[in-house]
Design a protein around this ligand. Structure first.
Ligand code: SF4
Length: 187
């Protein structure tokens, strides 16, 4: 009998695997992610907004600022959650380092989880730019080599193929490094 293949650890925005963590109490379950990719990947779910201490349901937020500096602000009452989120991100990135992830699938368009194309509202008016969400952007800076994708691009054939291939390559690279370290320890 062939030994059972170990699943590859991949981070995921919690709402994409059906966790009811969205601002409106819902989720964004993606069956391709859970039913197809889930055969090969072990999910490490992350919801920045809930994990930094915000409730479900909660007021929707958006990013306000410039391309360089953004703040995470609730849309109606103008409550600024930036510092709370930044402090949580700092701790979470270190925690994720210990998980030895080989990739991450982010929820698109989220001011917290997005990795690109997230609307940034200019404080003085309606001028809108786009960029990454606070956690998604910080994650890519902290783990610059780790393959990442969002659920929107995952449904594009070439982005999906690149991402999945990248995850398998990254896994092999991790194993190679571990093997190298254990050979060195035996010398
Ligand atoms: S998009 Fe991110 S912050 Fe929003 S519910 Fe999903 S995991 Fe949580």
């Amino acid at each position: 009998m062939t030994p059972k293949k170990e699943k590859i650890k991949v981070g995921i925005s919690s709402c994409l695997i059906g966790e009811k963590v969205r601002y409106d109490g819902g989720h964004k379950l993606d069956r391709f992610i859970t039913d197809t990719l889930g055969r090969y990947f072990e999910w490490i779910p992350v919801c920045p907004e809930v994990e930094c201490g915000l409730p479900v349901p909660r007021e929707a937020m958006h990013l306000v600022g410039t391309l360089e500096v953004q703040r995470l602000i609730t849309i109606k009452s103008n409550i600024d959650h930036t510092e709370k989120m930044r402090q949580w991100i700092k701790k979470k990135l270190q925690e994720l380092e210990r998980e030895e992830l080989c990739g991450f699938i982010f929820k698109s368009k989220s001011p917290s989880s997005g990795i690109g194309g997230v609307k940034i509202h200019h404080p003085a008016g309606s001028h809108i730019r786009t960029g990454a969400g606070l956690f998604g952007g910080a994650f890519m800076k902290y783990f610059p080599l780790l393959p990442v994708v969002d659920d929107g691009r995952l449904h594009n054939d070439s982005f999906r193929a690149n991402f999945v291939e990248g995850v398998f390559v990254y896994k092999r690279w991790r194993e190679f490094l571990k093997q190298g370290a254990s050979i060195k320890n035996r010398e």
